[in-house]
Design a protein. Structure first.
Length: 127
């Protein structure tokens, strides 16, 4: 598995509206992608993304989204290395792309997603 870079960093938030307002002020712009009350993502000038997520279950912590060439192959490789994967490594369709989720040996979250493309076109990048 080749890690191409960090595509995005996401914060899981409990109070989505408060966090959204804070980061709109901090960044000075509305997010490029928003799904009200659950997800938003800014595309920063260098092409990386920063986002906020509130799922159906609040999970404290943050995550780094690693850009990989092939999510499915990366999941299989991590599985053989004994990396703990959420939902047994199921590749999940999200509002912006297909991803897999796991944790490192200290419980820090990691995300795997295909090579970075424009946020509106990420989903079409497939697995």
């Amino acid at each position: 598995m080749k890690i191409n870079g960090i595509d995005a960093i996401y914060y899981f938030v409990h109070d989505f509206k408060r966090a959204h307002a804070f980061y709109v002020t901090l960044i000075g712009a509305e997010p490029a992608t928003i799904h009200p009350d659950s997800f938003c993502e800014w595309t920063l000038p260098n092409g990386e993304a920063f986002g906020l997520i509130k799922g159906t279950q609040y999970r404290p912590g943050n995550g780094v989204l690693f850009n990989v060439d092939d999510v499915k192959a990366a999941v299989e490789e991590l599985r053989t290395r004994g990396v703990e994967l959420e939902d047994d490594g199921e590749i999940e369709e999200t509002p912006v792309c297909y991803m897999a989720f796991g944790t490192d040996t200290r419980g820090q979250r990691l995300h795997l997603a295909p090579a970075q493309v424009a946020p509106a076109r990420r989903r079409s990048a497939g697995t």
